[in-house]
Design a binder for this molecule. Sequence first.
Ligand SMILES: CC1=C(CCC(=O)O)c2cc3nc(cc4[nH]c(cc5[nH]c(cc1n2)c(C)c5CCC(=O)O)c(CCC(=O)O)c4C)C(CCC(=O)O)=C3C
Ligand SMILES: [Fe+2]
Length: 339
Amino acid sequence: MVYDAFVLLSFGGPEKPDDVMPFLRNVVRGRGVPEERLAAVAEHYMHFGGVSPINQQCRDLLAAVDADFETHGVDLPTYWGNRNWQPMLEDTVARMRDDGVTSALGLATSAYGGYSSCRQYWEDIDRARAAVGPRAPRISKLRQFWDHPGFVGPHVDAVQQALEKLEPSRRAGTRVVFTAHSIPVSMAQTAGPTGGRYTAQLAETARLVAAAAAPDLPYDLVWQSRSGPPQVPWLEPDVNDHLAALAEQGVTDVVVSPIGFVSDHLEVLWDLDNEALETAQKLGLGYARAATPNIDPRFVTMVRHLVEERTQGRARERLGTLPIWDDCPGGCCPAPQRR
Ligand SMILES: CC1=C(CCC(=O)O)c2cc3nc(cc4[nH]c(cc5[nH]c(cc1n2)c(C)c5CCC(=O)O)c(CCC(=O)O)c4C)C(CCC(=O)O)=C3C
Ligand SMILES: [Fe+2]
């Protein structure tokens, strides 16, 4: 297969106060998220002036990828389109068509399988191509990268740097707490061709990061940023409840590492740096939050290496053992029931 472009696929976020509600309505269309939850989340965005950092983080990543392609002779123009906010993928795909692109490789800003993290990006591609019509370029999504050294490595260093911010004499009472976005339990059960892929991949990433960053410390994997109606079960425990349980058990300090994410976007800045920090302070726990990859050079190089797996047969680099594939098996990670 010959490819003639690269496209970054992301979530999108508001860039001014007036964007916040229309953005949120795009995110939750048809999903039965209660109005109260939307209002609360709108407040989180307003706390940052109505600007999510995620779009700028995408611009920064794309610029870094572009520069790295240039340095290493990867001759692909780069594009970026979002699921929920401008630049919307539909508009990007139209621009790609106008530029004469016929077949692109796409990288989603999520390392994992599951509906929200993987299948929904395939749906975004299908919807955008259908909107653009017959001459829309084909887009093939690059593989999940949960155990790639270019993703794991930056998380390892970040956990070590966070540990250095804590009081060394209290290391014996320190716990590493990995977090990822909670999803409905039913979505977790149907993630991947045989189910459970999102949680299994996160458990693998947590194991790999912990083993390299702090083999002497115990660690846990917990969940953050729950959405949805209260009667629908989502993955638990929530990070805040978990911190309370740890304090109860005599843990003195925590490093919180959001391995579920590739950049320090709003779910990290609000749900961890604000809410979880406040929880830790109330409990008297020492607290340090580890960074996400953002534009760590190893992460940028990973993007090129994933492209080269598809264009030059570069060998897959990986640290884990779970099954891996380029094109997701049809029918895996089905969409949840619409309301
Ligand atoms: C698995 C997963 C990821 C990680 C994979 C990936 O990155 O793709 C992720 C990322 C993100 N989630 C984000 C924001 C939101 N997610 C929401 C709602 C939801 N997330 C879900 C799952 C995930 N979400 C689900 C199952 C829902 C319920 C509604 C639905 O089924 O769609 C809502 C609605 C309000 C609420 O929180 O209730 C918001 C505002 C932002 C942007 C942050 C910024 O602006 O900087 C990012 C990167
Ligand atoms: Fe989300």
